[in-house]
Design a binder for this molecule. Structure first.
Ligand code: SF4
Ligand code: SF4
Length: 220
């Protein structure tokens, strides 16, 4: 038994898309260059007493007219450009993400629970067999949907990287964190970190995405 996406496009019409902060920057840029309407809002924030900003750890891309603005027919228009990690891991998705502050040790960390989305007709079809095998057994899932599990692992590696870099800044006294403050201005966490870690766009391969975008526009 192996997961194979049938390209029904249901997951691109079902709900807003959760993004890591660098993905909001990438998708906004792609949307602008491709002249695609794009609307997003920040999710979880933590307040930094030094800069006076709420740092945004996550974003949500809104559906427009009931579908993702990058959906063309049933296909993802940005498949080969930059497909968000949650789209690559779907239907294996983070069901619950909790960000935690350890003020004593000056550490920020996340606890994430993953699950399979029943919104996907393939999962609905395979559900009883998956349950029989132990649905969330990592070995079973890695065999059933290796690419999706790999994308989920990449998502968590990047989330952890952001939090580790931010925790380092906290220990250095560059930031001083607490729970989000209502009304404070919001700063995308990736953009904030990139000011202190200039290699970050390169580490996240954002420069390659922009190069592919420029090449694609040249050939259009
Ligand atoms: S809902 Fe499932 S089968 Fe349909 S496009 Fe999404 S992942 Fe593929
Ligand atoms: S980015 Fe692509 S895969 Fe993700 S929801 Fe939009 S069209 Fe679907």
């Amino acid at each position: 038994m192996r997961f194979t996406c049938t390209l029904c496009g249901d997951c691109c019409r079902a709900s807003p898309v959760s993004l890591l902060p660098h993905e909001d920057v990438i998708l906004r840029e792609i949307a602008e260059r491709l002249e695609v309407p794009y609307k997003s809002y920040n999710g979880y924030v933590m307040y930094d007493r030094v800069s006076g900003y709420n740092l945004a750890f996550s974003y949500v891309m809104d559906l427009i007219d009931g579908k993702c603005p990058f959906l063309a027919g049933n296909l993802c228009r940005i498949q080969n450009l930059y497909k968000p990690l949650i789209c690559r891991s779907f239907p294996y998705i983070p069901r619950q993400v909790r960000y935690n502050i350890d003020s004593y040790n000056r550490v920020v960390y996340a606890t994430v629970e993953y699950g399979l989305s029943l919104m996907c007709p393939v999962i609905k079809r395979d559900k009883s067999e998956l349950e029989r095998l132990g649905e969330l057994n990592p070995g079973i899932l890695s065999e059933y949907m290796p690419q999706e599990v790999e994308a989920a692992e990449e998502m968590e590696r990047i989330r952890s990287l952001f939090l580790a870099l931010l925790s380092t800044l906290w220990r250095l006294g560059v930031v001083d964190l607490e729970a989000g403050r209502p009304g404070a201005p919001v700063y995308n966490l990736y953009l904030f970190l990139a000011r202190h870690y200039p290699d970050l766009p390169h580490i996240l391969k954002i420069d390659r995405v922009m190069k592919r975008l420029a090449e694609m526009l040249e050939h259009e």
